[in-house]
Design a protein around this ligand. Structure first.
Ligand code: PRP
Ligand code: URA
Length: 209
């Protein structure tokens, strides 16, 4: 079964509080999601492999470390996942970005795909699927299923807030995928919104209703 990691760094937790707050307006919400995404990217890359290289400092030759291993790819789930992309690219500017468009049908709660475009070398990349919200897990699970169909082998899932139900669903459907979140909340409500959550992530990011 995949592991679940909760990023309890104080800066992440502090900013998440203001992201949750209903008095936080669109501009500030967007900025905070961007900032938290950078901090989460810092945490999620903690286990990246390094290799030794020789360089010359102005003083003398020195054996130093650089990143090695697989190249990264980000896959935001449209539309709310877009709000996390720039913040991650700030730390990993060479990552390629695939997009998958899914919305949760409000009646059936089933994910409906409307767009997908991945980097051509998706199978050789370590992919981070990103979405602020992991509620029932239907969208994330379906996104992961689709990108596996397109050749992805090595996938992590990064979300701001998860419900226990969503974590269980992804673990059940994709036992090879580790999940990284800033918080696991209490439950889902009757409309499958995360409680206490932050409301509708897409609407809060883009100012729609
Ligand atoms: C939200 C959110 C996730 C999904 C989570 O997107 O960004 O993608 O719901 O719910 P689930 O875990 O129950 O599938 P939404 O469907 O509202 O679409 P949007 O991003 O276009 O607003
Ligand atoms: N999608 C959201 O944007 N928020 C939730 O709480 C659940 C699904």
């Amino acid at each position: 079964m995949g592991n679940v990691y909760v990023f309890d760094h104080p800066l992440i937790q502090h900013k998440l509080t203001y992201i949750r707050d209903k008095h936080t307006g669109t501009k500030e919400f967007r900025e905070l999601v961007d900032e938290v995404s950078t901090l989460m990217a810092y945490e999620i890359t903690r286990d990246m492999p390094l290799t030794e290289v020789m360089i010359e400092t102005p003083v003398q030759p020195a054996q130093c470390k650089v990143l090695s291993g697989k190249k990264l790819g980000l896959v935001p789930i449209l539309r709310a996942g877009i709000g996390m992309v720039e913040g991650i690219l700030r730390l990993i500017p060479t990552a390629k970005v695939g997009h998958i468009g899914l919305y949760r049908d409000p009646e059936t709660l089933e994910p409906v795909q409307y767009y997908a475009k991945m980097p051509s070398d998706i199978g050789e990349r370590e992919l981070i699927v990103i979405d602020p919200m992991l509620a029932t897990g239907g969208s994330a699970s379906e996104a992961i299923r689709r990108i596996k169909e397109m050749g992805a082998r090595n996938i992590k899932l990064m979300c701001l807030i998860a419900a226990p139900e969503g974590v269980e669903r992804v673990q059940r459907d994709h036992d090879d995928v580790d999940i990284y979140v800033a918080a696991i909340d209490e439950k889902l409500d009757e409309k499958s919104y995360i409680v206490p959550g932050l409301g509708d992530a897409g609407d809060r990011l883009f100012g729609t209703k």
